[in-house]
Design a protein around this ligand. Structure first.
Ligand SMILES: Nc1ncnc2c1ncn2[C@@H]1O[C@H](COP(=O)(O)OP(=O)(O)O)[C@@H](O)[C@H]1O
Ligand SMILES: NC(=O)OP(=O)(O)O
Length: 312
């Protein structure tokens, strides 16, 4: 039996509540399939599209009525953890009941500590929200000083925000306690609510969105996981991605991964952080592996028939 942290991509969860339910219903047989194979799972998830939509909704509403104020990013991530966790709890419990297994599932509203002086605060890199064409993105940037938008892996232009590295998971004891009591835990949603400590040791939300792959690597380290699964929209990590020379990789050791990263083979803000997070987890202790694969092929990847395995 392995302890597995599974990170679900925010882009793989769709844009509307109905789409999200459908995506989760499609994913739960794979997740529960891993439990049926005897593994213990902890689920984390992204929130890129969702946190962008929540933030935009408050911003637009605040421009039309003084009954609604704009909402800061940590609060938007907290809201995204709530509604994505709610759908995951329902979806996973429904599938567990269907296959006749115990169905204790709980989401933990998770704060993730970052360094207040992380240099990432000065260089926004994390894409959030919807995709725009270049002309629309440039018009939006011209109308809103401070807004930064960049092209995201050939899929369109998106807003980017600061994305500091996770340092610690504030609710680590609650998560470990629930695991000890055989709960399936959903934690570190959207990379966690980003918080930093002041001189007095008090935590405060900071304007950022933490990359959920780095947060999931930290979560995997904290819970002593054997495997970190990063589930996204593609079956395997590729080199020459999107070109006629594309080659999908079955295995990748740390040295090769480093070389390909330096070579710019992995999309910045999309595949590159996944590979880096996988490398950090693998390097954090002996016997640890990471797998990057598609949601639907997760059980196949567990038996080595799909996905890219990152190893020492
Ligand atoms: N070298 C690469 N190999 C595979 N996919 C890549 C590569 N570079 C960029 N990508 C893109 O990265 C995407 C995964 O990143 P993203 O959509 O941000 O993840 P998430 O599923 O966490 O939301 C893939 O679906 C693919 O479009
Ligand atoms: N927070 C985060 O990394 O979300 P995505 O996986 O949706 O980009």
């Amino acid at each position: 039996m392995s302890r597995i942290v599974i990170a679900l991509g925010g882009n793989a969860l769709g844009s509307t509540a109905a789409e999200q339910r459908a995506c989760i219903d499609a994913a739960t047989p794979s997740l529960v399939g891993l439990i049926a194979q005897g593994h213990e799972i902890i689920v984390s998830h992204g929130n890129g599209p969702q946190v962008g939509a929540i933030s935009l909704a408050f911003e637009i509403a605040s421009q039309h009525t003084d009954r609604v104020a704009s909402m800061d990013l940590p609060e938007c991530t907290a809201m995204s953890q709530g509604y994505i966790g709610y759908h995951l709890q329902q979806g996973i419990a429904k599938e567990l009941r269907r296959v006749g297994m115990p169905w204790h599932v709980a989401s933990v509203v998770t704060q993730v500590e970052v360094a207040a002086d992380d240099p990432a605060f000065a260089h926004p890199t994390k894409p959030i929200g919807g995709f725009y064409d270049e002309a629309a993105a440039r018009a939006l940037m011209a109308g809103r000083p401070g807004l930064v938008m960049v092209e995201d892996s050939g899929r369109g232009w998106r807003t980017v925000v600061a994305s500091p590295r996770p340092v610690d998971i504030v609710e680590r004891d609650s998560i470990l306690n629930l695991l000890d009591h055989e709960f399936i835990v959903v934690a570190c949603g959207g990379g966690g609510i980003p918080v930093a400590r002041d001189e007095a040791g008090e935590l405060h939300g900071v304007p950022a969105v933490i990359d959920k792959d780095f947060a999931s690597a930290k979560l995997a380290e904290v819970v002593g996981a054997d495997v970190l699964f990063i589930l996204t929209a593609v079956d395997r990590v590729a080199i020459g991605f999107g070109t006629p020379e594309q080659r999908d990789l079955e295995r990748l050791d740390l040295a090769e991964a480093e070389r390909y990263l330096d070579d710019g083979q992995f999309g910045a803000g999309s595949m590159a952080p996944k590979v880096q997070a996988a490398m950090e987890f693998v390097a954090s202790g002996p016997g640890r592996t990471a797998v990057i694969c598609s949601l639907e092929n997760a059980p196949l990847a567990m038996s080595g028939q799909s996905g890219t395995v990152i190893h020492r």
